[in-house]
Design a protein around this ligand. Sequence first.
Ligand code: C2O
Length: 536
Amino acid sequence: CRIRRYNFKVVTKNYTRLCSSKPIVTVNGGFPGPTLYAREDDTVIVRVVNHVSYNVSIHWHGVRQLRSGWADGPAYITQCPIPPGQNYVYNFTLTGQRGTLLWHAHILWLRATVHGAIVILPKRGVPYPFPKPHQEVVVVLAEWWKSNVEDVINEALKSGLAPNVSDAHTINGRPGPLTNCSRQGGFNLQVESGKTYLLRIINAALNEELFFKIAGHKLTIVEVDATYVKPFETETIVIAPGQTTNALLTAGKGSGSYMVAASPFNDAPIAVDNNTATATLSYTGTQSNNPTLLTSPPPRNATPIANNFISSLRSLNSRTYPAKVPLTVNHDLLFTIGLGINPCPTCIPANGSRVVGDVNNVTFVMPTTALLQAHYFNISGVFTDDFPGHPPHTFNYTGSPPSNMQTKTGTKVYRVPYNSTVQLVLQDTGIIAPESHPIHLHGFNFFIVGRGIGNYDPKKDPKAFNLVDPVERNTLAVPSGGWTAIRFQADNPGVWFLHCHFEVHTTWGLKMAFVVDNGKGPNESLLPPPKDLPTC
Ligand code: C2O
């Protein structure tokens, strides 16, 4: 294995999209930012220098960070942010992982434009468990707002209401040739007949789950969230913010150019950005990058298409890549997730109330000292470890709004011993409206052992759990008005954030953290913090 060094300069750059220009925060001037390449077991050293006026931090989404929590990146959870003019070196090893992940800013809403791909190739000489592609292509899906993204969320926080949705979706930074006022055209994937391509698709959007589709071509899914899956064919991919999907595409005997589409999936009665981002897939010899063969994106509420895709995902579970599903459960947890309403006397348009996010009726309050520092140095008063493992009162989670729409606020964590096994059922409550929440857990991969609609039944539902080849991920979409059960082994000491990867819901407090204590063995404790760790 090797050491891979990168320099990430966080700088402001002017971009023109949708016929207007604005300065955006970027890494090295890119939207999307640079792709980080490494091999399994390599050590990655990224020097991040902050040249903008915001505090920044960078998260390596899906990287396990075994014992290296100091490099995980969420501001005020594992580190204090990097102030303007300062820098911090992220140093971590990609233990036992290969595939596509993403990096993104993990403070404020900066990840709207501060994001990029992580490509982890297998160890040298180790083949993919699928046919070797002729070429690999990174496809980053995101959003574009005409206004300053920080203004969008700040206005929403002042009013107590939901923020404006984005003005366009983007594929590799561009809304695409079929968007009015997108003169720059779009991303073009040039292919040759008979050749196979590996698409590394990333949803870097803040607030939208997306469908992805290519006219006239099927995709073979081989990997999600940097874990291999049993290959299957599909016309449409559904991908939540923070998720990644590797798909093989075989160019047929075609000619001409075909439309590539990314469009919203959301079956809740809320506002979404209904724009479809487009790109083109053109066969060699085709001049135009205006697609001639079009495809229509699924309707935004096409839940059956999404369910069909999600239920097709299975771990590869081969001899080389076995699914190591925990078969016993030490901590059996049930978290309701959703939105509530709390008083806000200054919120005038919202009638003195504001929307909040919650997990088990706790709205998480960001500390002013990083939790990992408080944990490691035993600083008291930063967090309490009384996060409830079950809802404070049982109710019909998916029924009409119950009387407990208000939440408690606090910086509460759930503490587990090293190497214990956790089963966590995430139950959508639909307190305001049922909605699919993309939940991300830092520091671990988990197995999705069960999923259903309605209220989770602890007597009946576990009997149908898949403990053989469930898909392994770091981010999952809990179905609206339903639940998902995951299992993971707490083999990574530190403080690990769990939150909705809709940035608006995280901002509102739909987040919590696990603390995993050190084990007793020589390699079972968190490493000491690096010398340049920023202070708060
Ligand atoms: Cu991709 Cu905590 O985030």
